[in-house]
Structures are given as C-alpha cells and as structure tokens.
Design a protein around this ligand. Structure first.
Ligand code: IPE
Ligand code: IPE
Ligand code: MG
Ligand code: MG
Ligand code: MG
Length: 306
C-alpha cells in the first residue's frame, strides 16, 4: 500500500471513527442517564471532535480488519481509546503540566473553557471510555469486554500513560540527563502503552491466535516507540502551523527525548529501525496481504508531517 492509498484509508476509517465519536458524545442524555451537564459535554466534544489523526482507533479498526472482523465492535473500542487519548491531551496541556495554549490548531481546552472544566472533561472522557468497552454492543462476549477493560486500565494507569507522564515531568527537573534506556522506558509508558493497546484491542476483538497476538503486540510496541520519536523530531524541526501546536517546547522545558540524547540523526536512525521492526512483526503475525495497511501505518508514523 503506497502513501496515497494509505492516506485515503486513514481518511475513510477516520470518518467512520468520527461518526462513532459523535454517537458516544451526543449532547442529549443517553438512555438511563439523568443529565449531561451542558458545559461538560461541550468541553468533551471540543477536545475530542476537533481534529486529530485518529491513529489509535485506526490501528484498532485496521488490526481487526486484517484479521477478518469489520463490524461496529472495533470502531466502538477505537472510539473509547480516542476518548482516553483526548483526555490525555487535555491534561498534558494544563498549566501544571506542559502549559500549552495551542492544540490541533485551536486554543487548548483549558484556554477555550477553564482549568476546572478541562480537568473534569478529561476525567469524564476516561470514565466514558470504560463505559463503552463494558457495553455489550462493543462485543457480545463478556470475557472479551473484561479483557479490553483490564488492558486499557493497564495501558493508561500507573504502569502506563499516567506513569510515563510522571516520569516525563520529573525528568524536566532531573539533575543528570536520563540515559537512552530511561528515555525509552519513559516513552514506552507515556505514549507507547496506549498505541500498543490500540493494536492489541483489535487483535483481541478479532479473536487472534496466541501467536498472531504476540506478533501484533510486538508491532504495537514498535509503532508506539516510533510514534513518540517522530513527535519529538517534529517538535525540533516542524512548524506550528502544520502541527497545530507549539514547537521547540521540548528543549525549552528540558524534556527527556531521544532527539536530545542521540541528536536528530541518531533519533532518525532509531525511528527507521523501529519502523523495520514493526513491518517485520506484521509479517510474523502471518497477516499476509491483509497486513499491508498495518505496514503502511508504520511507515506513516515516521514520515508524517503532523
Ligand atoms: C500527540 O498525539 C501526543 C503524543 C502522544 C505524542 P497525536 O499526534 O496522535 O495527536 P492528534 O490526535 O493527531 O492530535
Ligand atoms: C504527550 O507527549 C503524551 C501524552 C499525552 C500522554 P507530548 O507532551 O510530547 O505531546 P505534545 O507534543 O504536547 O502533543
Ligand atoms: Mg507532555
Ligand atoms: Mg505536551
Ligand atoms: Mg511532543
């Protein structure tokens, strides 16, 4: 699958995800809900529906598709993961964290609303994600739903995204620079874990064999690591108009990144190595031609401009 075919698929699957997000983030209360406070749902919609590449849900949907499942289940799980991603960005941008004013080309959620509303919108998006995963509409099998819920919890909590965010903030104030291995671990937690889970969720929903699951999990790990390196390279070299967020902020805030530790060239080398590793893992999963889209996604992660 070449770059333009991949772009078309990303747009098409992204549109399907968008519809799913609209569905779960409606302004009107859902059956059984007494109310949806207007300001809160407005902030949740602002943070979630306002653009974004939708890469995580894309990986869920396309992993499931590569293994033969194409119904609403993976789109719902993808929407849940995107809700968590949006929550992580809202909180990441808060003054107490990265203190950013621009996200996806618009004011960050705490700027467009206020800090308290932004914190609550993030909290509610996290809860909503688990509600979606626990719903029988996502998968008829309660065991699958329980596995997805536990997997997401693991990916985004203490030993996942939130743990990584803690290490990321601590590193800003570290007296000695972090080692390459420490940075890799920090990034595996803060960004890698959710991307990896996005792939694993697709495999689980499609009932992948143990061997295929292990190979796809390795794919998810590699693509997750590659993703943050690319983000750090874009921070150092990209422009705010294309990225829709402030640039050069990592060096300014003394963030621990592989660009800082290895230089741009070294970071690029590591990125290329991870893309190869990801592509090889898709081969190992035995997906054959059905894995073309996943291989293209790995290349996209490295070549993207935003
Ligand atoms: C940005 O994620 C935050 C990181 C984990 C590096 P994305 O680059 O996927 O952000 P959107 O969703 O496309 O805006
Ligand atoms: C964000 O990493 C990771 C999470 C949101 C968990 P960054 O802080 O590098 O993301 P950007 O550059 O603000 O998008
Ligand atoms: Mg951050
Ligand atoms: Mg940030
Ligand atoms: Mg960044």
């Amino acid at each position: 699958m070449d770059e333009s075919a991949f772009a078309a698929r990303l747009a098409e699957t992204g549109a399907a995800i968008e519809r799913e997000l609209e569905n779960v983030l409606g302004v009107a209360p859902r059956p059984g809900e007494p109310a949806r406070p207007a300001r809160l749902i407005a902030a949740m919609r602002y943070a979630t529906l306002g653009g974004g590449k939708r890469l995580r849900p894309f990986l869920t949907v396309e992993t499931a598709r590569a293994l033969g499942r194409e119904d609403e289940g993976p789109r719902r799980a993808g929407a849940a993961i995107e809700c968590v991603h949006a929550y992580s960005l809202i909180h990441d941008d808060l003054p107490a964290m990265d203190d950013d004013d621009l996200r996806r080309g618009r004011p960050t959620t705490h700027r467009a609303f206020d800090e308290a509303t932004a914190i609550l919108a993030g909290d509610a998006l996290q809860a909503l994600a688990f509600e979606i995963l626990a719903d029988p509409e996502t998968d008829a099998d309660a065991k699958v739903r329980a596995a997805l819920s536990a997997g997401l919890a693991r990916a985004i909590g203490l030993a996942g995204m939130v743990g990584g965010q803690m290490l990321d903030l601590e590193a800003e104030r570290a007296t000695a620079p972090l080692t390459v291995a420490e940075i890799a671990q920090l990034q595996a937690l803060k960004t890698g874990a959710l991307l990896r889970f996005s792939v694993e969720a697709g495999a689980r929903l499609a009932g992948a064999t143990e061997a295929a699951s292990a190979a796809l999990s390795a794919y998810g790990r590699a693509i997750g690591a590659a993703f943050q390196i690319a983000d750090d390279i874009l921070d150092a070299e990209g422009d705010a108009a294309t990225l829709g967020k402030r640039v050069r902020k990592d060096a300014e805030r003394n963030k621990a990144t592989l660009v800082g530790a290895l230089g741009i060239k070294g970071a690029r080398r590591e990125l290329a190595r991870l893309v190869e590793e990801a592509e090889a893992a898709v081969d190992a999963a035995g997906a054959g031609a059905a894995g073309d889209c996943l291989r293209a996604a790995a290349r996209f992660v490295a070549t993207r401009k935003k």
